[in-house]
Ligand binder design. Structure first.
Ligand code: SF4
Length: 459
């Protein structure tokens, strides 16, 4: 193993760390990440530690233990963030120092921790996440046993110098679990879904979404003779089999490249975009129907039933105003589509996620509507859009919201206020308008404050 300092490497030279990891035997992993999660125009958007995405996926799964291997301060930050977001589960940690790192003792300590944790009465899976320093040092999680007493052992490397965003780190773990579950399913019978197998063929839904959305999607699929399958990342191991069993996977969030690879390896069809707004719902249901060879008259009949209420909901709650929007969840383009269909003058949408073919339909639709789409958007891109377009409302990350307030522009935090609402079908058509219009109505208050306090020095 390489002698990398046990200090965190957020500000380290990424090229050096990648080279160290490659030299330590992780070349294949580093190259796969580079292909799955392409960077550019810059190499990493400013956001939280990427490993948080994998940690969050592990902590949200039943009967799953999640263990971090990394520098103490990284683990402190990740644990703090997990509990801030409401995790009620223990985060495991295997500490290390320079000596245990270079002598290989850290790997032995991880192995010992895994054996202690792997109790089949408590767990279906134990997840070990190598953070930056153990990854750069080549701590070989691949040498851990694949299974102990029936408990699956999943070791993944999630370094900040290889995985650009926490969104993509969700895919690293989801993809690793799907790969494992797919191999199990290939070898013999696997556990059935908790509620049994449904009669109608399912569509697996890829991407974390508001809990009401899968229900709404299921209602829209029903007239096509289909059903909503599990949401990936799943909340339980057996749901992985049920997801892989679905003939079609919907790339609701388009950046789950490793997960899509597993669905494709299982012979499944992937359909991009999502049922948002009128146009989005029409196109998505048509694409899903076609993927299942549903007869055209059945698709048309379903659309005739589903689309008018969406049109009505959009017209009943219009949004008037110029908006810029940015975030790192992967749903930014969908939210922008919905806002445009609600009547908003959306000028810019920035996403920290990369461009993939699964968001092409959304990008093309937005660009045709005159919206500038920026993938791998940095804070500088988002701030430049704020300055150029002087919106009536800025939706974005914390620093964008802060800057907008300094400029007396009403603003909304994407993660807490936009992601926490339904987006799909008729439920999504009215829900965004409520929060967006409430924020837009604050313009006068901001103007009053600016008049009272004067212009902030930085503006
Ligand atoms: S693990 Fe996360 S917090 Fe720690 S050095 Fe890497 S990117 Fe930074």
């Amino acid at each position: 193993m390489n002698a990398i300092s046990p200090e965190p490497t957020c500000n380290g030279d990424k090229a050096d760390l990648r080279a160290a990891a490659s030299a330590a035997g992780l070349n294949e992993t580093i190259e796969r990440y580079a292909a799955d999660y392409p960077v550019g125009p810059h190499d990493q958007p400013q956001s939280m530690c990427p490993a948080f995405g994998s940690l969050r996926v592990g902590l949200r799964m039943r009967r799953t233990a999640t263990v971090l291997s990394g520098s103490a301060c990284c683990v402190y930050g990740l644990t703090f963030t997990s509990h801030f977001y409401g995790a009620k589960r223990t985060v495991g940690y295997v500490p290390f120092n320079s000596e245990s790192l270079v002598t290989g003792k850290l790997f032995e300590d991880i192995r010992e921790a895994v054996f202690k944790l792997a109790d089949p009465a408590l767990y279906d899976a134990v997840v070990i996440i190598n953070l930056c320093v153990p990854t750069a040092s080549g701590v070989p999680l691949r040498l851990l046993p694949k299974e102990i007493d029936g408990v699956r052992i999943i070791g993944i490397d999630v370094p900040g110098f290889g995985v650009p965003t926490h969104a993509e780190a969700k895919d690293v773990l989801a993809g690793a679990m799907l790969a494992y579950a797919r191999r199990e399913a290939e070898q013999g019978p696997v556990q059935a879904p908790r509620a049994g197998r449904g009669e109608r063929p399912g569509v697996a839904l890829i991407g974390e979404m508001f809990p009401a959305d899968p229900v709404g999607i299921g209602m829209m699929l029903e007239p096509l003779g289909l059903s909503a399958g599990p949401v990936v990342p799943t909340r339980e191991w057996r749901e992985l089999y049920a997801a892989l069993d679905c003939p079609v996977a919907a790339a609701i969030h388009p950046f789950y490249t490793a997960s899509f690879r597993e669905f494709e390896a299982a012979g499944r069809t992937i359909v991009g975009s999502a049922p948002v707004g009128y146009d989005g719902t029409a196109a998505w249901l048509k694409a899903i129907g076609d993927a299942f060879n549903v007869p055209t008259p059945t698709i048309d009949a379903a659309l005739n039933r589903i689309l008018p209420p969406i049109k009505g909901a959009l017209a009943a709650k219009p949004v008037k105003g110029r908006i810029t929007l940015s975030g790192y969840e992967g749903s930014e383009l969908l939210v922008a589509r919905l806002l445009v269909e609600s009547g908003a003058d959306v000028r810019y949408v920035g996403t920290a996620c990369p461009r993939t073919r699964w968001s092409d339909a959304d990008r093309e639709w937005l660009e045709a509507a005159g919206v500038m789409v920026q993938y791998r958007a940095s804070l500088e891109h988002d701030l430049a859009a704020l300055k150029e377009f002087r919106p009536d409302l800025a939706i974005g990350t914390t620093p964008i919201v802060q800057r907008a307030k300094e400029m007396a522009i009403p603003s909304l935090y994407f993660t807490n206020l936009i992601s926490a609402r339904p987006l799909m079908g008729v439920a999504g058509a009215g829900s965004l308008a409520q929060v967006v219009n409430a924020a837009l109505s604050n313009t006068a208050r901001f103007e009053e404050m600016r008049t009272f306090f004067g212009e902030p020095a930085a503006c």
